[in-house]
Design a protein around this ligand. Structure first.
Ligand code: 5RP
Length: 262
C-alpha cells in the first residue's frame, strides 16, 4: 500500500492495536433530520474527543464541525436517494475526489447495494472511487448497505457483500454484525468494522454486540444511533471505547457507562 494511503488509514485504524471507534453521523443524507441528530453540531461536539474518526457528509462537515477539532474524517461521497423516494439503492457518487482532498479527509466512503437492481451501478462507483483513491492516496470504505431490508443481515449475504467490496479494491469495509460473523471476517482480506444498526433494546445489548464483533475479528465499530440516541451519549461512546481499545469485558464497560452516566 502506498505511503499516503497507509498514513491516512492509520489515522482511522490505530496502528497500536489495529482498532477503531468511528462515530457515524451521516444519517441525514437520506433520512433528513434524524432523531437526536436534528442539530448536528450539538450532537457531534461532545462526542468528538472520544471518536477516532467521524463519518459524515461534506455539508455537515463544513457547517457543524470545527476545522481545528483535529478529528480524522471519513467523508460520505454517495447518495442521491431519500427515505421517501422509490429506492434507497439507487445511489450515485455525490462528491468529487477533489473536494475530498480539499477537505483534507482521511478516507472516503460509499454504500454498495448488492442483490438489488442497482448493484452494478453501486459496485462500479466503488471501482471508480478506488481508482481515484489509489491515484491520490485516499482510502475507500465500502458500506454493505441493506436499505430497509434489515432481514438481509446474515453471514452468507454479508460475506458475499464484503468479499465483493474487497475484490473491487475497498481498503476497509463496514457491515453489520450477525450470527456467524467470523465467516464474514475470514473471507474478507481487508479490515471490517461494524455498524450498530437501529437502536437496540438496552445499551448493554450494544456493548455485547461490540464485544462479540471484536471477538470474532472486527477491527472496530462505525456506530451512530446506539451511541447518540442513547440517553447518555458521552458515557456510551466511552464505554464502547473501553471495549474496543482497552479490552474491557461487557460487565466492566457497562459499569463504566453507569458511573459516567450519573
Ligand atoms: C448508513 C450508514 C450509517 O452510517 C450506518 O448505518 C452507521 O450508523 P448506525 O450505527 O446508526 O447504523 O452507513 O448507510
Amino acid at each position: 500500500m502506498q505511503w499516503g494511503l497507509q498514513n491516512r488509514l492509520s489515522r482511522i485504524i490505530r496502528p497500536a492495536d489495529g482498532r477503531t471507534v468511528m462515530l457515524a453521523v451521516d444519517h441525514g443524507y437520506f433520512l433528513g433530520p434524524t432523531s437526536k441528530l436534528e442539530v448536528p453540531r450539538e450532537t457531534i461536539a461532545p462526542l468528538v474527543p472520544y471518536a477516532d474518526a467521524l463519518m459524515l457528509t461534506r455539508g455537515v462537515l463544513r457547517t457543524s464541525v470545527d476545522p481545528g477539532a483535529g478529528v480524522p474524517v471519513v467523508l460520505r461521497v454517495s447518495g442521491g436517494t431519500s427515505i421517501v423516494g422509490p429506492s434507497l439503492a439507487d445511489e450515485g457518487l455525490t462528491t468529487s475526489m477533489e473536494d475530498a482532498l480539499r477537505l483534507n479527509v482521511a478516507a472516503v466512503t460509499l454504500s454498495i447495494f448488492v442483490g438489488t437492481d442497482h448493484e452494478r451501478q453501486t459496485l462500479l462507483s466503488l471501482s471508480k472511487l478506488v481508482d481515484e483513491g489509489e491515484r491520490y492516496g485516499m482510502p475507500v470504505l465500502a458500506v454493505t448497505a441493506v436499505g430497509k431490508e434489515l432481514e438481509k443481515r446474515d453471514a452468507r449475504f454479508l460475506a458475499l457483500c464484503c468479499r465483493i467490496a474487497a475484490e473491487l479494491g475497498a481498503h476497509f469495509v463496514k457491515t453489520y454484525y450477525c450470527d456467524g460473523f467470523e465467516k464474514v471476517v475470514e473471507a474478507c482480506p481487508v479490515p471490517v468494522v461494524i455498524a450498530g444498526g437501529p437502536r437496540l433494546e438496552t445499551f448493554r445489548d450494544t456493548l455485547q454486540l461490540v464485544h462479540d464483533a471484536l471477538e470474532r475479528g472486527a477491527s472496530g465499530v462505525d456506530m451512530g444511533r446506539n451511541i447518540w440516541q442513547d440517553g447518555h451519549p458521552v458515557a456510551a461512546i466511552q464505554a464502547v471505547r473501553a471495549i474496543v481499545h482497552e479490552g474491557h469485558s461487557v460487565d466492566e464497560a457497562f459499569a463504566l457507562y453507569t458511573k459516567l452516566a450519573k
